[in-house]
Design a protein around this ligand. Structure first.
Ligand SMILES: [Zn+2]
Length: 206
């Protein structure tokens, strides 16, 4: 597969970065969550009673129905594979714990723990909620890019590139207008922040 060969060529660099990261994490008292843990535990960031799609059962609507349901900007991205202007999304500054769902059909796609600041001007994620996205090849710019879309309503969200950070090396470059953010209940701290271990730690001797 296309992605597999890219991953292979990227193996050396992320491994070095991971080695540095795991040393830092253990010095801070806990290991960073793996991609598998982030994917498996994504519901820990879902607010109680959140308005999300009840299942992945396909949602098919006519163009007219989509136009009634979506803003013109969201319609352009989701239904016409458009791209919003860089730097325009309020979600770039969204740092609260929570879940990002499809603006078209409310299927959960990403969590706040999967988001990172790519500096591109588009909300970016290094992995996704498992099974939420489908991919296709987009050759519109004269070279091949991997397009991805919501598996439920087939709405276009963005493109995925193999230049993201550890632990995956992937960068899901998402149009903010295609997402809706649901913050986790404000009164609760993020599920992954446990109590800090107290007491002195044995220091390594030089
Ligand atoms: Zn959708």
């Amino acid at each position: 597969m296309y992605r597999r060969s890219l991953l292979k060529s990227l193996t050396a660099l992320p491994l070095l970065a991971l080695a540095g990261r795991s040393r830092l994490a253990s010095a801070a008292g806990g290991a960073a969550p793996t991609e598998q843990e982030l994917q498996k535990n994504w519901k820990e960031l879902l607010a109680d009673g959140a308005d999300i799609a009840p299942s992945r059962e396909p949602l098919k609507l006519s163009a007219e129905e989509w136009k009634k349901r979506l803003s013109p900007e969201a319609y352009h991205v989701l239904r016409e594979e458009g791209t919003e202007h860089a730097g325009t999304s309020l979600l770039l500054e969204e740092h609260r714990p929570g879940v990002f769902v499809c603006a078209g059909c409310s299927l959960p796609l990403f969590t706040s723990a999967m988001k990172f600041d790519s500096g591109t001007g588009w909300p970016s994620f290094f992995t996704s909620i498992p099974g939420a996205l489908g991919t296709g090849v987009d050759g519109k710019l004269g070279y091949e890019r991997t397009e991805y879309h919501c598996i439920r309503c087939s709405g276009h969200h963005g493109h995925v590139f193999p230049d993201g950070p550890p632990p995956t090396g992937q960068r899901y470059c998402n149009n903010g207008v295609a997402l809706r953010f649901i913050p986790k209940a404000q009164s609760k701290p993020p599920a992954r922040s446990g109590p800090t271990p107290l007491g002195p730690k044995p220091l390594a001797k030089p």
